[in-house]
Design a protein around this ligand. Structure first.
Ligand code: NI
Length: 178
């Protein structure tokens, strides 16, 4: 099921997510919804808090258009090593239309549970490393805007608040028209 994606400045995006106690069918159902939602958007990553689920889960698929899909599921992830630096122009499904250059670690090692509840450890580089760090931030209520300079932060906040306000007006008009 495709779920609605929360947009900044929705306060639910700021809440730290809770660890998953057990990877069961409910968790797998949530992962399936997340995948459907991410591919429909389309996006290369999605964290559970972005659909209002306060659980430490994110998914990503950074396969290129001409490559087969490569869905990866991270439950209770932990970044255990970070090396180097890379600047990448990032987007986020919770910041529609925004692109911002952000500097993060170039190579990371992650430990997490997969959709079967099995622990795995993997090294990621470049775009995949950036995506993992971006999505992992969401689990702590941290957003791409927090990585920007004060001026960029203010501009992006204003832009997103404007979009959110006009969406609220549209919804109100829809309700009034009924
Ligand atoms: Ni994001």
């Amino acid at each position: 099921m495709i779920r609605p994606i929360l947009h900044y400045p929705d306060p639910r995006l700021r809440q730290a997510a809770e660890p998953v106690a057990q990877v069961d069918d409910d968790v797998r159902k949530l992962v399936d919804d997340m995948a459907e939602t991410m591919y429909a958007a389309p996006g290369v990553g999605l964290a559970a808090p972005q659909i209002g689920e306060g659980k430490r889960i994110f998914i990503m698929d950074v396969a290129k258009e001409d490559e087969p899909s490569d869905l990866r599921v991270f439950i209770n992830p932990e970044i255990v090593e970070r090396h180097g630096e890379i600047a990448w122009e990032e987007g986020c499904l919770s910041f529609p239309g925004a692109r911002e250059e952000i500097t993060r670690a170039e190579r990371i090692r992650v430990r997490a549970l997969d959709r079967d509840g099995k622990t795995f450890e993997m090294v990621f580089e470049g775009l995949a490393a950036v995506a993992v760090q971006h999505e992992n931030d969401h689990l702590d209520g941290k957003l791409m805007i927090d990585h920007l300079s004060l001026i960029r932060r203010r501009l992006l906040h204003r832009e997103m608040s404007k979009i959110a306000a006009s969406k609220r007006r549209e919804t109100k008009d829809d309700v009034a028209a009924e």
